[in-house]
Design a protein around this ligand. Sequence first.
Ligand code: NAP
Length: 292
Amino acid sequence: MYDLIIIGMGVSGISAGIYAKRAGLKVLMIEESAPGGIINSIPKIENYPGIKEISGPDLAYNLFEQVNNLNIEYKLEKVTDVILEDIKTVKTTNDLYQSKYLLIASGRRPRLLGLENELEYLGKGISTCALCDGSLYKGKDVAVVGGGSSALTEAIYLSKIVNKVYLIHRREEFRGEDTLINEVKEISNIELVLNNEITDLIIKDNEFKGIILKDNKELIVSCLFEYIGYIPNTEFLKSTNIKLDHQYIVVNNKHLTNIKEVYASGDVTQKEIYQIVNAASEGAEAIINITK
Ligand code: NAP
């Protein structure tokens, strides 16, 4: 029986874990894949205070080291269900854990376009991680789709590795940060393809060869990198009455959900700003509120 279970070991979950351990709580963290979460796929982080520049995997490694240095207990298991009674029960693929308080910091995952054959070619010409797969396409032509800060950041990263990046966005204006938009416009091997959408994949002899656009133009590229937003990881809450909005968890300004003793923080929550720095602060704030 734990005081607190934290679901998710991304920035928000680990920040919460650090605060919980230091507050003397008996805490267990549960993570389905790699500690650090989505930052593992970010090539360069330059807006975290006190760290001038760091790669996402390096920051994730530092966070994980901090977990180990503080002897915070964790399990690398997939959460499949939670039961929210006086005692909170968290079921995983391996076991069942119980606590008085629960913090959900399960983050979100990349959204896909929903094209025919897309899932089949994920990892074989379609990617949601330029940092993981970019080096496979050294000297080749690739496409990035999306108009937010992620698509801009990754297009900049890829432009230094590949021959050419087509940056495809369905509108005239990008919605990402101005500094990134300006940087993209300065890079000679990024070609902007605006007011256009991808309608199909070109597959020949079971190999990904490129994409077809709404105007029927074909782009021959070695990889399509998709950065079109995210889907929150809340499927394991299906048997609860936690209030969701578009699958994101609704919390108040104390990070408390509509259910007593159940908190949520970071990218899995419904909010205005999704930054690493506020994911960290929300995890800490949730624990301060719990310990109060
Ligand atoms: P986002 O801001 O939600 O942008 C998603 C983009 O994908 C939008 O341009 C959207 O088009 C487009 N899109 C969505 N569905 C589409 C579809 N079916 N077909 C074609 N295009 C589609 O996502 P994000 O860029 O991943 O950013 C997520 C959050 O992380 C944001 O809050 C962002 O500020 C933050 N972030 C910050 C940094 C940084 O600080 N440097 C870096 C990365 C991310 P529309 O514009 O038409 O809706």
